[in-house]
Design a binder for this molecule. Sequence first.
Ligand SMILES: Nc1ncnc2c1ncn2[C@@H]1O[C@H](COP(=O)(O)OP(=O)(O)OP(=O)(O)O)[C@@H](O)[C@H]1O
Length: 308
Amino acid sequence: MPLVRERRHQEPLTLSIPPPLYNRTITGDPSPASFSSSSTSPDSSPVEPLNDLEKLTVLGQGSGGTVYKTRHRKTKTLYALKVLRSNLNIITLEADILKRIESSFIVKCYAVFVNSSDLCFVMELMEKGSLHDALLGGHVFSELMISSLAYRVLQGLRYLQEMRIVHGDIKPSNLLINEKGEVKIADFGASRIIAGGDYVSNGTCVYMNPERLDQEKWGFGEVGFAGDVWSSGVVVLECYLGKYPLTKVGGKPDWAALICAICCNEKVEIPVSGSPEIGGFVDRCLETDWRKRGTVEELLHPFVKNRL
Ligand SMILES: Nc1ncnc2c1ncn2[C@@H]1O[C@H](COP(=O)(O)OP(=O)(O)OP(=O)(O)O)[C@@H](O)[C@H]1O
């Protein structure tokens, strides 16, 4: 069956967003403007309404908005609140995807609220931040830790594939860690739901796979899932080496250098100090031809079998 990416701007708003119900200001919000909110969450939402949340600190900043640590005023439960300031027609696909997801390998979204031009996601708080933070300063991980991380990412991708969802932006800052040290996949801003044919590029360039950078050569098709596998391989290699593995350290690579590094270079391999299992794993993920690349099912063995 041909694949169609549901174009965000063509997509009708799939969330049934009711008219604003509330009109109060969230504590700590520098804007005096009222914070109108309307819940679009599943019935199980523990947060209703949005202004029950008190902003505590800023957890991080993405290209589209800010993520806050918040506390529910009554229950005292902590949540992460992601506020995206963008074209609602574009970002509601992310909300739609999050609404469908229920997996212990993926950061839970409890509720989605709309506030004029902002879309607010109430999410499970991942206390230990992102894998990107954990990698700062050239920190390297043991193979056992990497295999545990790879297992969780692959299980998350397996779930998404069953839901016909391509994540599209697997990278360290989108892999979050909770208090127990469990890694979960987050951020569906570059995701797409596969139904048949069309394709739009999105996501972070340095973790992109050859077929996405060179679409004329590779064409379209069921490449999205293979793309998530490629990115997972880059992340595993980065955890092993303590640095982004496909280009030289320092400086942001320009587009041409990146295309060359990802599409034309010799195969990137794990150093000889690595075990054959992690070497084989990376090798299968970073297979340039997406048709020959390892699948999620295949990659769940044997490297990740030794997971923690
Ligand atoms: N649920 C969460 N719990 C704890 N911290 C979070 C949570 N979600 C996001 N963060 C933090 O906020 C940062 C920004 O997240 P966000 O998803 O907005 O952008 P990003 O993935 O870092 O960048 P990009 O704009 O490229 O997607 C993350 O890197 C992480 O440190």
